[in-house]
Design a protein around this ligand. Structure first.
Ligand code: XMP
Length: 508
């Protein structure tokens, strides 16, 4: 496969992802990985990622110099290109004009990197430095208005460089650039799949954990579910999953988790019924952030209690995804010492467990692909995100048992009706919210005075920004009628048409 040396770009994982999409194996190593380490991976080609530094600074990150003597093709991206230029005696300077965003690339040479490309493509630039003079033996193979050396090569030395970012979605045919490098230039056969990823990850974890014991906090969401099944494949019943029923779950969630993990996958599963404890802790609490804190802390407390009952646990499995990983220079082994993490509300350091995060290189849709590969049911694989504090932050204000029942029923109707129309997978989230107000209605010949349910349905790529979904009127109508007819205590249904920003997705 390809080894990617990470110089700290926020896009490094995207490079790996694009290469995976082209069915080619890749691995990310720190920029300063020694040559012996690089060789161990037996690469057919090397990619230098971008990065925030300037090559002319004294402490600029540099690779092991011997990487240039391996005789392997090298592709430098952005900082990577500048590094190559600098290394071979060219000149890199601070650009008078920074180049950010879209640029039109004119392709001069279509022999290798741009094989079968059109004459012009739109690419994404993001750089402050630029190449002023090429080193000897290098030639430009593409240009933009601002960059006479937007793409370069030295065929004899087998070195290519691009100033733009082929890995970002906004670079047209960017994936083909990376594919061309791997296939045409490095000569790699594209036959790698997510199935291979799975086998490799499992082997890696088996080797690391061996006969020691691990626990996993299972939430029933896709990330922790995929992580649990993957690790169970690797280490068998040395993994125990803990599922905390906090009483704030959606309808049927606990039963589904029990059925899937205990009955179908035969994974040791501890289900903790903590409904009453959570209700009691939340009693009278109105402030959303207080609710979150109480729920997060109690979860940790209960998880710890349960974990202590299992002797000699050394590892904690977490379904952390790449977008959750903040460090820029990434990739260690499968384990690093535990640190707080929002997904599980920050399991504390004093538990002193080593972390297994098999999904930390992946994006959500790749995790779903893995879930399919592992045989998880669609209901889990394509499940919409659900917040840790659950229904407690979808009852505006104080939480009690009766309101939880009302909301759970209403929410189940929303999900069921949305699924019937086939829209469930296109929506980031679709759910019900219970409002702490009563309004007047008329049912039969009687005046009613009951609660309001708000429907929230949004489209989003990552939850950071979102737009309200233009749900069909007939769907909204069905939801309204079913909720009012079937859920006692509700006489009015409204639809939330707020985008994010300015609204948030959840009401609290
Ligand atoms: P907001 O409401 O901030 O939500 O627009 C963005 C995404 O994050 C989820 N969310 C949470 N997830 N704990 C979680 O695990 C939380 O406290 C929490 N609050 C919001 C929300 O469901 C949406 O997908």
């Amino acid at each position: 496969g390809v080894v990617i040396l990470d110089f700290g770009s926020q896009y490094t994982q995207l490079i790996a992802r694009r290469i995976r999409e082209a069915n080619i194996y890749s691995e990310i190593l720190p920029f300063n990985a020694p040559i012996e380490e690089i060789k161990k991976h037996n690469p057919k080609g090397i990619i230098f990622s971008g990065g925030p530094a300037s090559v002319y600074e004294p402490d600029a990150p540099k690779p092991d110099e011997r990487v240039f003597d391996l005789g392997l093709p090298i592709l430098g991206i952005c900082y990577g290109l500048q590094l190559i230029t600098h290394h071979f005696g060219g000149k890199v300077v601070k650009a008078e004009r920074h180049e950010y965003g879209r640029a039109e690339l004119e392709i001069l040479n279509k022999e290798d990197l741009f094989k079968d490309f059109p004459d012009y493509i739109h690419v994404w630039m993001s750089h402050g430095d630029r190449v002023l003079e090429l080193p000897e033996g290098f030639e430009p193979i593409a240009i933009t208005f601002n960059s006479p050396y937007a793409a370069i090569r030295n065929k004899d030395k087998k070195i290519w460089g691009v100033q733009f970012h082929p890995e970002v979605a906004h670079s047209y045919m960017g994936k083909e650039v990376l594919r061309n490098f791997a296939v045409n230039i490095c000569g790699i056969t594209p036959n790698w799949t997510m199935g291979n990823f799975l086998m490799e990850k499992q082997a890696e974890i088996r080797k690391e954990v061996g006969n020691k014991k691990a626990i996993c906090a299972l939430s029933g969401g896709v990330d922790s579910s995929v992580a649990a099944v993957l690790v169970h494949n690797a280490i068998g019943d040395n993994l125990t999953c803990i599922f905390v029923d906090n009483g704030l779950l959606r309808k049927g969630e606990r039963e589904q988790v029990e059925k899937t993990f205990r009955d179908n996958f035969h994974i040791p599963l501890i289900v903790v019924d903590a409904k009453e404890r959570f209700l009691k802790a939340l009693e009278g609490v109105e402030d959303p952030e207080k609710k979150r804190k109480i729920i997060g802390n109690l979860f940790i407390e209960i998880f710890e209690e349960e974990a202590k009952k299992i002797p000699d646990v050394e590892y904690l499995v977490q379904g952390t995804l790449y977008p959750d990983v903040i460090e820029s220079v990434s990739v260690k082994g499968p384990s690093a010492v535990i640190k707080t993490h929002h997904n599980v509300g920050g399991l504390p350091e004093k538990m002193n467990l080593k972390l297994i995060e098999p999904l930390r290189e992946l994006f959500k849709d790749e995790v779903r692909e893995l879930g399919k590969e592992l045989g998880l049911p669609d209901d889990i694989v394509y499940r919409q995100p659900f917040p840790g504090p659950g229904l407690a932050i979808r009852i505006v204000g104080k939480v009690n048992k009766e309101d939880l029942e009302i909301l759970r029923e209403a929410d189940a109707i929303v999900v069921e009706e949305v699924k019937k129309t086939g829209l469930y997978r296109d929506l980031w989230q679709s759910f019900a919210v219970l409002l702490p107000i009563k309004t007047v209605g008329v049912m039969g010949d009687y005046r009613t005075y009951e609660k309001v349910i708000a429907i929230r349905a949004v489209e989003s790529k990552d939850g950071m920004t979102a737009d309200w979904a233009r749900l069909p009127y007939d769907l909204l109508d069905n939801i309204m009628r079913r909720i009012i007819n079937e859920v006692e205590g509700v006489n009015r249904v409204v639809y939330d048409i707020t985008s994010k920003p300015p609204g948030t997705i959840e009401w609290e």
